[in-house]
Structure formats: structure tokens, C-alpha cells
Design a protein. Structure first.
Length: 264
């Protein structure tokens, strides 16, 4: 697939939606899946860290970025089908898969439904979903339900990063949502994420799995990491001390090293 390195493209997926993808670097393919209501720029700060050994593949989930933004068709299983459509378009039979937040929910279903396509699986700051999941406390939900979008963005930034790190890194931050996302698509992502429940299926994951989580994550409590690691056969667990939801960016050196060693 050297002919696609460094290129952007589109693929037709379920319902005829065009899904945008981006390929960078060379080596074994590593698919990076972003969080809820975010496009591929979620990975901008750390993507190049994987390029010494991997070709990275990202996509704009339907409803974000350059992808189509249909009125309907938002579910975790639909997002997983979109990932497979991109892999098929690129001729990638088997890949390493790293999903964070909602992208981790999508990655769970890709690994469950298409085990032959996933060589190694990394699940970051994510949840098994459903009644077994550890839920954020009421104060977090209240912060994100404020009517003022500026206040919500500030609250989200605080959930993503520690104050000390933000003081040293004033942004702009690429993990706070796609600003051009239409309201119906944003709602679709929220509903899809809330309806995710892979609990009964997780023991079917056959790919070697690494679970990563910041131990100070209030958005997706770290108890979810323990649940995933216990539920997926043979899964390894790594908690990043003091990190919040965007552990992969704030603790870039530690988290990147752990993932690269696991994938190697």
C-alpha cells in the first residue's frame, strides 16, 4: 500500500455515506480512532510518534470533518462498519487498532466482529458500556449540560487535561470536538456512545489487548479500564498516574512508549 502513503481519500460506506480517511508514514498499518464528536485531528499531537514503525490510518467518523453528515445512521456498529470499509478500500487485511474514548468503543466492536482483521488492540480511556460500566458522577454530567457553549468547552478542557499541563500548553486543543459538526450529528454521536454495550461480547476478543487509562479521568472513570482488562482474555492494563481523559497527549512520552512497546 505504498501508493496510498501520505494521501487522503474517501470510501463509500453504509447508506452510501462518504467516509474520509488519511494515511501517513510507512510500515505496518496502525488505525487510530478518535473520540466522540471529533475528527482525525484528535491525533495530531501524537500521530508522528508512531511513524518510525507504523503507517498511521485515521478517518473522520461520519458526521465530522470531511466525511458526510447524514441525518441518520449513527451507532457504534455503524462506525465499526465504516472502519472496515476504509480497510477494504486500502487493501489492509490485518492491522493494529488503537481506539480512544468513543473510538475505543468502536474498536471493541471491530475486534469482536472481525477478529481476523485485528493483529493487536489498544483501548484507551474507554468503557465496556451498558449497566456494568463505571459512570461519571453527576457533577460531570451537569458541567457538560450547561447551556453556555463556552462554559461547556472550558469544562471539557478541564476534564481532558490537568491545570498544570494546560498552563504550559495553552492550546489550541484538538480534542474538544469538531466545531463544524452539525447539531444532528453531534446528537447522533452522543446517542451512539451512550447506547454502547459490549459486555457480553468482550470475552470473544482474540487479539492481544492493551488497556490504557489516566487514573484521574473523571469523564470516563478508570474503573472502566479494570473492567475491560478483566473481561478481555489476557488483556494487559496500564494506568497513567495523574492523567485525565487525554492521557495520550498530556502523558505523551509515557503513553506512546507503552503503546509502541506493546505493538512491537
Amino acid at each position: 500500500m505504498t501508493d496510498t502513503d501520505g494521501r487522503d481519500g474517501f470510501v463509500r460506506a453504509g447508506g452510501g455515506a462518504r467516509i474520509a480517511y488519511q494515511v501517513r508514514g510507512g510500515g505496518r498499518a496502525l488505525v487510530l480512532l478518535a473520540g466522540q464528536s471529533n475528527n482525525h485531528h484528535w491525533w495530531d499531537a501524537v500521530r508522528e510518534d508512531f511513524h518510525p514503525a507504523h503507517r498511521t490510518v485515521t478517518l473522520d467518523p461520519r458526521g465530522t470533518g470531511a466525511s458526510d453528515k447524514p441525518q441518520h445512521g449513527y451507532s457504534i456498529s455503524e462506525f465499526a462498519d465504516d472502519v472496515i470499509a476504509v480497510l477494504d478500500a486500502l487493501g489492509l487485511d490485518r492491522v493494529d487498532l488503537y481506539g480512544t474514548s468513543m473510538g475505543g468503543r468502536v474498536a471493541q466492536w471491530v475486534a469482536v466482529r472481525h477478529p481476523e482483521r485485528v493483529r493487536r488492540l489498544v483501548l484507551g480511556c474507554t468503557s465496556p458500556g451498558g449497566p456494568h460500566a463505571a459512570q461519571p458522577d453527576a457533577s460531570v454530567r451537569q458541567l457538560l449540560a450547561q447551556p453556555d457553549p463556552v462554559a461547556v468547552r472550558e469544562a471539557l478542557a478541564d476534564l481532558m487535561y490537568t491545570p498544570d499541563w494546560r498552563a504550559r500548553n495553552p492550546g489550541p486543543y484538538r480534542t474538544l470536538g469538531d466545531p463544524d459538526m452539525p447539531r444532528h450529528a453531534r446528537h447522533g454521536h452522543l446517542v451512539a456512545s451512550n447506547r454502547h454495550d459490549a459486555w457480553e461480547q468482550l470475552p470473544r476478543v482474540t487479539a492481544p489487548t492493551l488497556v490504557l487509562h489516566g487514573d484521574a479521568d473523571r469523564l470516563t472513570p478508570p474503573g472502566n479500564a479494570h473492567l475491560l482488562a478483566d473481561r478481555i482474555p489476557g488483556a494487559a492494563l496500564h494506568l497513567v498516574a495523574g492523567a485525565r481523559h487525554a492521557y495520550f497527549e498530556e502523558a505523551r512520552e509515557e503513553a506512546g512508549r507503552v503503546v509502541r512497546e506493546f505493538l512491537a
